[in-house]
Design a protein around this ligand. Structure first.
Ligand code: KIV
Length: 267
């Protein structure tokens, strides 16, 4: 998948699949799948580093994880998040961040929201770097939004999101994430735009979907989000495997000679 394929997929009515990826070993697995696009999301701060919010992702963190993903899946289309405040500190800082992320292996960057950073979005696109938009629940704005909640629930707020989506398309973004908005609104937006919408918690009518890979793989059995589907219970699978190992170690059945190096003089 290349940047021009996003619009082409939409024209052909072909859905786009995207998952987050943060590290080399997962990237190697995902490289062998049919998934269209990998997102080095700023959710890395929560998922891989245990922070409470994405506000803790910074440029060095995004750089390191983008490099790891690129090493494992260099042929996949990789989108990296512009981290918290990186596009609000002026053009120079934003462009330095874009340069870092693209040199790390990102094919495109994703930027949350639009108000007040339209010019920066335009400049990045004019510099030859594709930008993915992100509207609805924009976690970097969690404090201003008053928490993680579904956005666009009343007519006025819904129309603001729809209006911003059109503005982003006019600025030249190649696709946009719509996060946690009612499905009627994501339908309206997806119908109006010629670029694809990628939903998360936005219902079935978007042109594609994105999920955090650890959610999809069921790695957290203590977290149940309405919009997530677990395709496997890997938390259970992994613990069962580790407990089998633990048992083998404790009863002496691992390692056997098959897993050992021999020089011969002991046998
Ligand atoms: O950082 C992230 O994982 C994201 C997705 C939720 C779209 O931005």
């Amino acid at each position: 998948m290349q940047v021009n394929d996003f619009k082409r997929y939409k024209k052909l009515n072909k859905k786009i699949s995207m998952v987050t990826c943060y590290d080399y070993s997962m990237a190697k697995i995902l490289a062998k799948t049919e998934v269209n696009c990998l997102l080095v999301g700023d959710s890395v701060a929560m998922v891989m580093h245990g922070h409470e919010s994405t506000l803790h992702a910074d440029v060095p963190m995004m750089d390191l994880h983008t490099k790891s993903v690129n090493k494992g899946a260099s042929k996949k289309f990789i989108v990296s998040d512009m981290p918290y405040m990186s596009f609000r500190k002026g053009l120079t800082f934003a462009m330095e961040t874009v340069e870092t992320l693209t040199k790390a292996g990102a094919n495109a960057v994703k930027i949350e929201g639009i108000d007040g950073h339209e010019k920066i979005i335009r400049h990045i696109i004019e510099s030859g770097v594709p930008v993915m938009g992100h509207l609805g629940l924009t976690p970097q704005f969690v404090n201003g939004l008053g928490g993680y909640r579904v956005q666009g629930k009343n007519e006025k707020k819904a129309q603001k999101i729809a209006h911003d989506a059109k503005k982003l398309e006019d600025l030249g973004v190649f696709a946009m994430v719509l996060e946690c908005i009612p499905m009627e609104l994501s339908y309206e937006i997806s119908e109006k735009l010629t670029i694809p919408t990628i939903g998360i918690g936005a219902g079935p009518y978007t042109d594609g979907q994105v999920l955090v890979i650890q959610d999809l793989l069921g790695m957290y059995d203590d977290l149940k989000l309405k919009f997530v589907k677990n395709y496997v219970n890997s938390s259970k699978l992994f613990s069962e495997a580790v407990n089998l190992y633990d048992l083998d170690v404790k009863n002496g059945s691992f390692p056997t000679v098959n897993e050992s190096f021999q020089v011969g003089y002991l046998t």
